[in-house]
Design a protein around this ligand. Structure first.
Ligand code: KDG
Length: 328
């Protein structure tokens, strides 16, 4: 179904819900927005597109309805070069939808219409070894586990199976408090950390999970739970990585305005993974360079409306990272 082959050594698999995204063409209260643009989104799909644009082979696995919104999700992902050959269509339940609201202050508000969606029916019995065959890495987030106990169990099962098959696993907690109760979120997200190799919280998420600590304490405590590496996103202060007893920092990519923060964490993950796949994580230079790419992608993702549309391709990213202007 797509032009990519995830059986290459650098192949990445990602699993999660993708939704149709409706964004108002005007700023202000959603209730008074008359016109919308239609796109697709979903944390794991955003990462898949970001990686595919950087030349990585990616397989997205998820469940959509047998409806026009399912069609547009699959055709958009396939058009972006993502392998959708293992995505499933549910004959009974629909594809989810979500709306953004831009009020000109703070992060955009999001409104979900996803209860009872095809993706929310994902359960551990769906997870199968074919999903991971030939791939090197699995990326999952804390959004799919928020959809129900069976989706949380399915994410855990996929982390377990992937590791049994020799893949490394990254896990972004992507806390979405609208989707679940705080205590359940904390317990479930903490319970998944031991099954990943690379844990990617934001600073606020780290505090939500462990309480107030220093950055170094977060790094030490999360690594003690199992992951080989931990990267904490620090927003305007860049990012800090903890790997092999080292603390590695990368400055933020400078930006002068923010248009839409949604999707920035996924872009960060795509940038980081693109730098770490097939590389030695314990090599400080490699890790710092991956952090720099991650910060750059995360910052670029805040510069446009939409969760992934403006993400760069590899040649554009190389130009941006080298500081060269497009006209020179
Ligand atoms: O990280 C961005 C995601 O939040 C967005 O694309 C939609 O997956 C989504 C969600 O559940 O919020």
């Amino acid at each position: 179904m797509s032009g990519t082959d995830p059986s290459s050594p650098s192949g990445v698999v990602t699993i999660g819900e993708s939704m149709v995204l409706l964004q108002p063409m005007s700023t202000g209260p959603l209730a008074y927005a008359p016109l919308f643009t239609r796109s697709i989104a979903g944390a794991e799909a955003n990462v898949a597109i970001g990686l595919s644009r950087l030349g990585r082979k990616v397989r997205w696995i998820g469940r959509v309805g047998n409806d026009p919104f399912g069609d547009i999700i699959l055709s958009t992902l396939a058009g972006e070069g993502v392998d959708i050959s293992m995505a499933e269509r549910d004959p009974q339940y629909p594809t989810a939808v979500y709306f953004k609201e831009f009020k000109r202050y703070g992060d955009p508000n999001v409104y979900y219409y996803r209860k009872g969606s095809a993706a929310s029916r994902l359960s551990p019995e769906h997870v199968k070894p074919e999903w991971f065959e030939g791939a090197r890495h699995l990326h999952v987030t804390g959004i799919t586990p928020a959809l129900g106990q069976h989706t949380a169990d399915a994410v855990k099962e996929s982390m377990v199976q992937a590791r049994q098959m020799g893949l490394t696993v990254s896990f972004d907690p992507n806390l979405r408090r609208k989707l679940w109760d705080d205590e359940l979120a904390r317990q479930t997200l903490l319970s998944l950390i031991p099954y990943c190799d690379l844990f990617l919280p934001g600073l606020e998420e780290a505090e939500f999970l462990l309480g107030e600590r220093t950055e170094e304490e977060y790094g030490t405590e999360f690594r003690a739970m199992g992951p080989k590496a931990v990267v904490i996103k620090l927003g305007e202060r860049g990012a800090v990585g903890f790997v092999a007893e080292r603390v590695l920092r990368a400055d933020p990519y400078p930006i002068s305005r923010v248009v839409d923060t949604v999707g920035a964490g996924d872009a960060f993950a795509a940038g980081l993974l693109s730098g770490l796949l097939d590389a030695d994580w314990e090599d400080a230079e490699t890790f710092e360079s991956a952090l720099k790419t991650a910060n750059t992608l995360g910052a670029l993702a805040t510069q446009f409306n939409g969760d992934w549309e403006g993400l760069p391709k590899s040649d554009e990213l190389a130009r941006i990272l080298s500081g060269r202007d497009i006209t020179r």
